[in-house]
Design a protein around this ligand. Structure first.
Ligand SMILES: Cc1cc2nc3c(=O)[nH]c(=O)nc-3n(C[C@H](O)[C@H](O)[C@H](O)COP(=O)(O)O)c2cc1C
Length: 152
């Protein structure tokens, strides 16, 4: 392994997490020269992790919860791999509730999975009914920084 083989494993229902996964893939490939595979965990819930140096996990949030297949994926063994997490959440897209989203959906979740020590986490805005809190520039900037952290 040369240190940049990366898997982005995600689950989406309304499409935002998939769009963001594709943006992250593109930035890591084009700006950092990484070798990136995308896996939709609903289509393949058991990707072979052995070949990857880095695992990036993406999930949407509904009813205050991560999507089931992403939740399950968190239980995998990530020893000797760098891990990053990104979410899509309505709450995270609104400045007034962003901190609460991070606390509920990232900090509390990670407290239940002490074997995971992500190099980066973020919750991006989502999309539902007439609301669109997506922010492509924020996702790109995060991915650009993430590439630096994964290289260390
Ligand atoms: C039925 C439903 C329930 C939702 N519940 C929440 C919620 O509890 N908290 C939140 O922050 N966003 C909530 N959202 C907004 C989603 O996070 C948003 O749709 C996001 O884009 C989901 O990710 P996805 O597009 O990858 O499926 C909800 C959206 C729907 C449609």
């Amino acid at each position: 392994m040369n240190g940049n083989k990366t898997l982005i494993a995600y689950v989406t229902k309304s499409g935002v997490t998939e769009e963001n996964a594709e943006i992250i893939k593109q930035i890591l490939q084009e700006q950092h020269g990484f070798d990136v595979d995308l896996v939709n965990l609903k289509k393949n819930s058991k990707p072979d992790l052995s070949q990857y140096d880095n695992i990036i996990i993406g999930s949407g949030i509904r009813m205050g919860m991560w999507y089931g297949k992403a939740k399950k994926f968190l239980k995998k063994n990530f020893d000797n791999k760098k891990v990053a997490i990104f979410l899509s959440s309505g709450m995270a897209g609104v400045p007034e509730s962003y901190d609460e989203a991070i606390s509920k959906f990232i900090n509390k979740k990670l407290a239940k999975h002490p074997h995971i020590h992500p190099v980066a986490t973020e919750a991006f805005g989502g999309r539902y009914s007439n609301f669109d809190y997506t922010n492509t520039e924020k996702v790109k900037a995060w991915a650009l920084e993430l590439g630096e952290k994964l290289k260390v």
